[in-house]
Design a protein around this ligand. Structure first.
Ligand SMILES: [Fe+2]
Ligand SMILES: [Fe+2]
Length: 210
């Protein structure tokens, strides 16, 4: 995949600089936090099941685990999610929020409960696949260090979420092949925009330090 080829040298540069590395980890903590918040806000208590509640809790735990790692790597300034301790935080949030709105629009003809459930399922499906790809690449670049070990449990839980939503989508959406193709194309575009912004921001930093 093209963006993936672009990402590898970028992450290679990021992990060599502890401050940039801490910002990178904190940005993923931020995305995990948004994921946690989205699940909690989008699901109605009357229909929230144990699996979805468990998913929200696990995303919250991922946010916390990465937050602690960001603080360990970069110091106490990484307690917050302000722009100066994130990498393209605004663009990262845009990726997630736009994905949510665009997926929701695919199900505009459904009633509110069905629309929010399908949006949750497809957004989760897309984000989990992307998370596995990006965390997998990040782990490979880190090699066998202590940070890489801490990613193992997180990756295993993301695989569990992916399997769970895949089976729920297959069971509940008769048009899942069409929707999956459409949703995938939306996500690829948004992800490319995020990686483009990240790449531009890292190059601008490198130029400024020359
Ligand atoms: Fe997660
Ligand atoms: Fe997840």
């Amino acid at each position: 995949m093209n963006e993936q080829a672009n990402l590898e040298p970028l992450v290679g540069k990021i992990v060599k600089d502890p401050q940039l590395h801490a910002r990178w980890i904190n940005t993923f903590s931020f995305l995990e936090y948004i994921g946690f918040r989205k699940i909690v806000k989008s699901q109605q208590a009357e229909t929230l099941n144990a699996t979805t509640l468990g998913h929200a809790v696990e995303e919250g735990r991922h946010a916390l685990r990465l937050k602690k790692l960001a603080i360990q790597t970069g110091g106490p300034a990484f307690e917050s999610y302000t722009a100066d301790v994130l990498l393209c935080g605004e663009e990262a949030e845009d990726y997630f929020q736009s994905l949510d709105h665009q997926c929701e629009a695919l199900f505009a003809d459904r009633n509110e409960a069905a629309r929010s459930r399908l949006t949750y399922l497809y957004v989760t499906w897309l984000v989990e696949r992307r998370a596995l790809e990006v965390y997998g690449l990040y782990k490979k670049i880190l090699g066998a260090g202590p940070v890489a070990q801490k990613l193992d449990g997180l990756l295993a839980e993301e695989v569990g979420h992916l399997r769970q939503v895949e089976s729920e989508i297959a069971q509940n959406d008769p048009q899942h092949e069409t929707h999956a193709r459409l949703a995938e194309a939306l996500e690829t575009k948004l992800y490319e925009a995020f990686i483009g912004a990240l790449s531009a921001s890292i190059s601008a930093r490198a130029d400024a330090s020359l």
